[in-house]
Write a protein that binds this ligand. Structure first.
Ligand SMILES: [Zn+2]
Length: 323
């Protein structure tokens, strides 16, 4: 059995796990990223987390085939250089070489969303799919693409930004500065904005009562009110799903992947989200579409996708490729 270390480097936490070749996590440990600080210090803490995890799993460094890392930003997976990371505020940091020289183990680095997509393909909702797109509906809309069982990161490592596909010309302002991006309509942030606007228009709606009970408006408010029969909430959910379906149909038209998986908190709405989404996306896709062409499901690995996908960066060019 081969063992790998998978590291999910986030803006808040560093998560390290020992993963075996069949994608089981044997041990895991977390520590704060504690930004802002230099890349070298963060990497030193990553190594401490690795050592703690190895001790937990009773495995030595010599048993580790490789260390994979999912890192936010533009990551040159050939050179292992983090070219630019807005979240971490790093420029041109040679992460692979820094870690390789300290561990004497092979290190591979990829973009965090791409790596999480690989995790879902290796062990989660898209297991066994040759091609898949993973959309994470969170604060923004993150995305990763796996084609022929390999991450597609583009000519210069900036591909798969489906969140910044315009679905409404001249529409809502996106965090990227452009107007009408999918992220401005299909993120949890957008769903919360739609919910607030609807409560403003219909203050007597059940959404307002649920928000008052919970002390906040979040991505669940409208779906919960809809389940309890609130018509205005049903309209909010429908508007949200219409925009998401437009983006999903565009992805089908461009890539026709075997699988599109949705992650993030909103994906936990399950069939209330997925059933209307499938109907609307399949109806819009060019030339007719159904689950036999592109399946649409929720992600299943949650925040373990990053660790498993990072470890599986070592399978990407061996076992999985060329199937
Ligand atoms: Zn955008």
């Amino acid at each position: 059995m081969k063992y790998y270390i998978g590291i999910d480097l986030g803006g808040t936490n560093i998560k390290a796990g020992i993963v075996d070749e069949v994608c089981r996590i044997l041990a895991q440990s977390d520590c704060p990223t504690a930004l802002p600080r230099p890349a070298e210090e963060v990497c030193d803490d990553m190594l401490k987390a690795c050592t703690a995890t190895l001790e937990q799993a009773k495995i030595g460094w010599d048993d580790i085939t490789g260390i994979g890392i999912g890192c936010p930003g533009t990551v040159n997976s050939q050179s292992g250089i983090v070219e630019y990371s807005n979240n971490l505020a790093w420029h041109q940091f040679p992460m692979r070489d820094y870690l390789q020289s300290r561990t004497e183990r092979p290190v591979r680095v990829g973009n965090d969303a791409n790596v999480a997509a690989l995790g879902e393909v290796c062990a989660g909702s898209a297991k066994g799919a040759q091609s898949a797109v993973i959309l994470t509906l969170g604060t923004g809309v993150g995305s990763g693409v796996v084609l022929n069982s390999q991450i597609w990161s583009g000519h210069r490592y900036g591909a798969a930004e489906f969140g910044h596909m315009v679905i409404e010309q001249g529409g809502r302002l996106c965090t990227c500065g452009r107007r009408g991006c999918l992220e401005a309509y299909a993120s949890a942030t957008a769903l919360i904005a739609f919910t607030k606007e609807a409560i403003g228009r219909c203050p007597e709606s059940l959404m307002g009562k649920i928000a008052a009970e919970n002390g906040k408006i979040d991505g669940r408010t409208a779906f919960e009110a809809m389940r309890r029969g609130d018509a205005a909430a049903g309209e909010v959910a429908e508007t949200y799903i219409n925009y998401l379906a437009c983006g999903v149909a565009n992805i089908i038209n461009i890539l026709q992947p075997e699988m599109i998986s949705l992650g993030g908190g909103i994906s936990k709405e399950g069939d209330a989200l997925l059933e209307p989404l499938r109907k609307k996306a399949y109806a819009q896709a060019f030339g007719g579409c159904d689950a036999g062409v592109t399946r649409i499901e929720a992600c299943t690995l949650g925040n373990q996708a990053g660790i498993i996908g990072a470890a599986m960066l070592f399978h990407q060019t061996s076992e999985l490729a060329g199937r």
